[in-house]
Design a binder for this molecule. Sequence first.
Ligand SMILES: Nc1ncnc2c1ncn2[C@@H]1O[C@H](COP(=O)(O)OP(=O)(O)OP(=O)(O)O)[C@@H](O)[C@H]1O
Length: 235
Amino acid sequence: MLKIEGLNSHYGRSHIIQGIDLSAAPGEVIGIFGRNGVGKTTLLKTIAGWVKPSSGTIRLGDVSLAGLEPDRITRSGVGLVPEDRRIFPGLTVEENLTLGLMQVRGRSASAGRAVISEIYDRFPRLRERRHQLGTTLSGGEQQMLAMARVLVGEPQLVLVDEPSEGLAPMIVAEVFAIVRELKERGAMVLLVEQNVHEALAVTDRFVVIERGRIVLTGEAEDAKDRERLMEALAV
Ligand SMILES: Nc1ncnc2c1ncn2[C@@H]1O[C@H](COP(=O)(O)OP(=O)(O)OP(=O)(O)O)[C@@H](O)[C@H]1O
């Protein structure tokens, strides 16, 4: 269970996240929508510890995450797939995955190899290219690698930031298939996505953010809620 209460964060003097309350249950996918610059990325970064919250609480199960260092938050079961993918330059696909694994506590080398082998079964393209530098992959393959690098840690909470940006429709479908699989495995997913229609197909609930606050919440399957969502997002 994820429970965020009264979360605030700043960049310098700019108050970006302004009192957000949000919760998620295992197996739940929450769509986070809103126009550019409203704070969606900052919300994910604040949960992951890349931006320090100025106040508020973030609880994942029994663990209080607010204020912890990012590596500690990763080890507590949170994986962030950042918008810019952050493939480690100079490292092969396999080294990127190994590093992802090393960021998570308590895996022996052999268990680690088994996890990476499972990831390769899921992403055969990454197996084919495992000795290639990660940065030489196509955009779609880099997105898969960015997701796979987080999945090796078997996170309870996966934060995915605009995964479909700049990708061909077939790859976008693949990205959303992964989100669905995470859900089926009981993970919680917070999905920031501009591609609202596609995202709704994998989303249980959604929130709309404006100027750092949640201004609308709804159920993805509720026609009225979807109508309100489209109104809120209309420019
Ligand atoms: N490192 C930073 N330093 C200062 N201000 C920042 C920084 N990163 C983002 N901002 C500002 O914080 C606000 C929220 O940005 P954020 O990236 O969280 O929005 P977003 O909703 O994810 O938008 P987008 O869809 O464009 O990514 C914006 O006004 C942005 O200019």
